[in-house]
Ligand binder design. Structure first.
Ligand code: OFO
Length: 170
């Protein structure tokens, strides 16, 4: 079934949103490198790769459906944060926003009665649950840490262990 124009446009919007996420986290990589938290920077580097994979999953799916991929301009992300906690609060808020975008995309698929897209997007719904949970976990730890520098460095060590596993989307 040929993808509808409305569904096609909604997919392109989401590709753009995932690429914005990638750039937002890339700016956070730079921030954490600057302040010497290499483990946090590593965690963000993996996050950038995840977001690129999310964008490419939608990109490839749209092509598979004979849709038209359009690459849009991406807004400039935030580049300054007060501290690691401030940064992760922004990440958590952003991921909640992305969850609402994914839900909106599924709403469009339902309106368009596009069962294939509804099925494909289930992966993204589950992924957002994971995204919010993993970011929420780091955020909760940062709140516990407060201004204990030693504990912050321990968390930094933990976050240095994160590795990228290419997701199988769809
Ligand atoms: Fe693509 O999940 Fe984060 O933004």
């Amino acid at each position: 079934m040929m993808i509808s124009e409305k569904m096609n446009a909604a997919f392109n919007d989401q590709i753009k949103a995932e690429m914005f996420s990638s750039n937002l986290y890339l700016s956070m990589v730079a921030y954490f490198e600057e302040i010497g938290l290499k483990g946090f920077a590593n965690w963000m580097r993996i996050q950038v790769q995840e977001e690129n994979a999310h964008a490419m999953g939608l990109f490839d799916y749209l092509l598979e459906r004979d849709g038209k991929v359009t690459i849009e301009a991406i807004e400039k992300p935030e580049n300054e944060w007060a501290c690691a906690l401030d940064c992760f609060e922004a990440v958590y808020k952003h991921e909640q926003h992305v969850t609402s975008l994914i839900n909106g995309l599924v709403d469009v698929a339902e309106q368009e009665k596009d069962r294939a897209a509804i099925s494909f997007l289930q992966w993204y719904i589950k992924e957002q649950v994971e995204e919010e949970a993993s970011v929420g976990g780091v955020l909760a730890t940062l709140k516990l840490i407060g201004d204990d520098k030693k504990a912050l460095l321990m968390l930094d060590k933990d976050l240095a262990a994160r590795t990228f596993v290419a997701p199988v989307i769809g």
